[in-house]
Design a protein around this ligand. Structure first.
Ligand code: ADP
Ligand code: MG
Length: 337
């Protein structure tokens, strides 16, 4: 079967023919065969995920969640067990060349041929993707990742952080409409983190869809417009960052009373107070909607004196931990948010 490869996706980036979903994953399963007596690993258990065109999409989750497996399937590096994976409308295994030219992937593992210079590596990569010489952006890319002065140095003399920068440039030689970064800031210096995020924003403003995995929630919060959280091969949350942050409008108030409260009075029960111990009560509330003083009035109305008081905020970190630690049923936690 012949496929024609047209690398010039940018012409059609905003046109009607561009797909609404940059990536469309449905029922994706990956089971790694067990080896050396180990049982098979079900790394992806039927993932459904749409990544809207034009978004900066964060894929979060603890180690072993399946993020790299998913990304390596997108990159054509890992073969799925079942399901479909479309990049820019092209199914990865049915139209591998088209799918591959629509995506640039920076894998989690550093894999560079260290016997070449950054300039040579970028030129070779461009050649591999059939980018004509006059359309190559080698200098621009070296500049963008801050490697201009190392353009002709052997890659083996580059630090880990610089090699990661070079891998970002390498993923971009064919100007793909979708750029995927797997843990791009793990082990890189703070300075490059800033440079990289500025560059990612710039690419996104020009129309590139960005998918990134990270451990750093703050990073995802600052950068992504949508966040999916994975755990043990499943997507457990997929929402806009704004909406996830709205779920953070929640605080827990805990008070200690001057004496025992034998039963929770009805007027406190209806407000949502819970009795943790005879002298300890707690209440979840939305800081944007309730003032602490008003919530405490009911305690005084019932004739008790507050001896001590603490409040706790919910952070994105808490949501993450609550969702990925399974001691408690997830749905219960989700309902509380
Ligand atoms: P993450 O990137 O979220 O840390 P991975 O996709 O790397 O997760 O791993 C998901 C699961 O698949 C883990 O249990 C991991 O041990 C397993 N796994 C990953 N790669 C392989 C492989 N090549 N062979 C066997 N098991 C693997
Ligand atoms: Mg990984």
């Amino acid at each position: 079967m012949m496929e024609t490869v047209d690398c010039n996706f940018y012409d059609g980036l905003m046109s009607e023919s561009a797909p609404l979903s940059a990536v469309e994953i449905s029922g994706l399963v990956k089971t790694y065969r067990g080896s050396a007596g180990r049982p098979p690993q079900e790394a992806l258990k039927g993932i459904n995920l749409n990544i809207p065109r034009g978004s900066i999409f964060g894929l979060l989750g603890p180690n072993g969640a399946g993020k790299s497996t998913l990304i390596n399937i997108l990159a054509g590096l890992v073969v799925k067990t079942s399901g479909t994976t479309k990049i820019w409308g092209y199914e990865v295994e049915e139209s591998p060349r088209m799918a591959r030219s629509a995506i640039g992937v920076v894998p989690q593992e550093l894999n560079l041929d260290v016997f070449f210079t950054p300039r040579a590596l970028l030129d070779m990569q461009a050649g591999l993707y059939g980018v004509p010489k006059r359309e190559r952006r080698t200098d621009e890319l070296l500049e963008a990742v801050g490697l201009t002065s190392y353009a002709n140095a052997y890659a083996r003399t580059l630090s880990g952080g610089m090699r990661r920068r070079l891998m970002v440039a390498k993923a971009l030689v064919h100007t793909p409409p979708v750029l995927v970064l797997d843990e791009p800031t793990a082990g890189v210096d703070v300075e490059f983190r800033q440079t990289l995020w500025a560059y990612v924003r710039k690419l996104n403003a020009a129309g590139t869809t960005i998918v990134l995995t990270t451990h750093y929630l703050e990073e995802a919060q600052a950068l992504c417009d949508r966040i999916a959280i994975m755990n043990r091969g499943e997507v457990i949350v997929n929402d806009t960052t704004a909406s996830l942050l709205r779920r953070l409008d929640k605080k827990r108030l805990t008070i200690t009373l001057d004496r025992d409260m034998p039963d929770l009075p009805e007027n406190m029960r209806t407000q949502g107070w819970e009795r943790l111990a005879p002298r300890r009560l707690s209440l979840s509330y939305r800081p944007s909607q309730a003032a602490v003083a008003a919530l405490l009035r009911v305690v005084q109305v019932n004739g008790f004196v507050i001896a001590d008081l603490t409040t706790e905020e919910t952070t994105l970190e808490d949501i993450f931990l609550q969702l990925t630690h399974r001691q408690e049923p997830e749905l219960k936690i989700l309902a509380q948010l």
